[in-house]
Design a protein around this ligand. Sequence first.
Ligand code: MN
Length: 212
Amino acid sequence: MSLKLPDMGYPYNALEPFIDSKTLEIHHKLHHASYLKKFLTAIKGSRLEGMEPEEIFINISEHPADIRKYGGGFFNHSLLWKIISPNGGGKPQDDLMDSIVKYFGTYEKFREEFTNEADKVFGSGWTWLIRKSDGELRITTTSNQDNPFMNVMRIRGKPILAIDLWEHAYHMQYHNNRDDYVKAFWNIINWHEVSRLYSKKDMQISWFELKA
Ligand code: MN
């Protein structure tokens, strides 16, 4: 399929007051669009053009650095827009909640661990909740636009929840108070989509799924 900048499915001001309209607009129209443009340039005419994200990232060490940077950037943001929503917040349900309790003890402990992991990140990166093939949940962090599908990561799995910790994601609104942005993020998590990604046994996430 030909890759396009995904629509978020909600207007830029829909996540206020947690993420302001201007921040979201610049994040989508400038940052995300630029990752896509550079990714398309990097894969043009190569066999990567027909590949799904996981097929590309699983061999990322063999591809040029631009694929890692811009392919990562395009995928990570496409996933991010799906797992946040104006109707977000609350708690996970069903299978996902059961597994959170199984692997972290309680939902509150999971939330504390994820928050601590995100607060620890120095420089640009992401914190993730991933599903391993046997259903195990893990929290992990990556630098720059790396993600847990990539074979250069120590902890790997299917990403089902992500927070963008680059300054462009929060700095205009929260200035240097990144911890406040991480705290606010819990109000917009789309647990319905996170649960869908968790329950789906397939370890891939297709480009098609990330279209709005
Ligand atoms: Mn970003």
